[in-house]
Design a protein around this ligand. Structure first.
Ligand SMILES: [Zn+2]
Length: 95
């Protein structure tokens, strides 16, 4: 369960998970690095097509094979947090 206060925490987790699992030029187990259940960030990654570098390239025009830069990381984290906020707190004002 993610309450409104929880979004800041979710954002922090998203930043950590993205930089570890998605941002490297060649992420470990790319294509299978994001579980389908568990942390809300994982669920959001599948919902927003930010789960692997193939999806990022196909749906977000972020080329595979190179590390994500700061702007791209921020973009991915933002997409995830926006989805989670909508999912769990549709009436919450944008943060
Ligand atoms: Zn994917």
């Amino acid at each position: 369960m993610v309450d409104l206060r929880g979004i800041a925490t979710v954002r922090k987790h998203a930043e950590e998970l993205i930089s570890r699992r998605l941002a490297p030029a060649e992420p470990r187990n790319d294509g299978r690095q994001t579980p389908y259940r568990g942390h809300p960030v994982f669920v959001a990654q599948h919902a927003t097509a930010t789960c692997c570098r193939t999806c990022l390239a196909r749906w977000h025009d972020i080329p595979a094979g190179q590390a994500l830069d700061d702007a791209q990381r921020a973009y991915v984290v933002e997409a995830i947090c926006r989805w989670i906020a909508n999912q769990y707190a549709p009436d919450a004002p944008p943060s």
